[in-house]
Write a new protein. Sequence first.
Length: 298
Amino acid sequence: MDILKPLMKMIWAQTEKLDNKRIASQTMPTGLVNILDIPYINDGNKYHLLDIHYPENTNEPLPLIIDIHGGGWWYGTKDINRFYSMELAKRGFVVANISYRLVDDVTIIGQLSDIFDALKWLDDNSERYPIDRDNVFVTGDSAGGQFCCLTAQINADDDLRSRLKLKSNSFNFKSAGATSPVIDLISPNPMMNANLTSLLGTNWHKKSPYYFLMDFENIATSVLPPFYIVTSSGDFVRKQSYKLSEILNNLGVENQLCDYSENYDGKKLPHVFSVLFPDIPPAKKNIDDLTSFFKQHM
């Protein structure tokens, strides 16, 4: 399996080049207060930073969205989601866009530890920002969609959080948004299975104490908040969105699955299209619908 690591790094290096080109061609949203590169762990690590965005002239507390970027666990920081997070904020939210360490430097438990450290920091420092602590939401895309799902369950499950030795916080997520989530890395799928060694830190996957996290169905319970789920015509993990909806339906958890199955501008809408291209009409509609779903659950 180690032979896959150079290949994965090469793939994500190419993705970084494409992302840099995409971001350079886009226009930054206006009308926002943007506080960048806030350390949630003060250790000088660029992956322990978060950004906070909220509308200018905000005079009252606003609901908080915590955004967890994707990147296949191997790649990315909050910066690849910055314009998307800013678009969320323009809909009347404070948005905390967080980075976390990547594999191969850490395994999945290190990534979850970073996410829960960021939650703890936001909990402890919320008075610095116009945050309505009674209305907090979590969202994520692709690998960040997996973290969105795991975070929603772990945060509502004291026993599981204690078992994983993750920091507690006082947030109670009102709902969650999963964009093209990757929730099952166990079912036969070479593309997904290839990540198990790095995420778990061992070739003997089933012996890892965190193997059970690799399929969200293993931990999902009825304590989960309502979910808004997004997929699209060109989403290579489209089936996983349907699986998430099925899991939630079986648990009696409210969820809304939105499949943008039609093409846009003669092309299929790609994986995490609303994050990549937040200014195109289907993405604007998706962002409007996601934030409306959140506001309905305040």
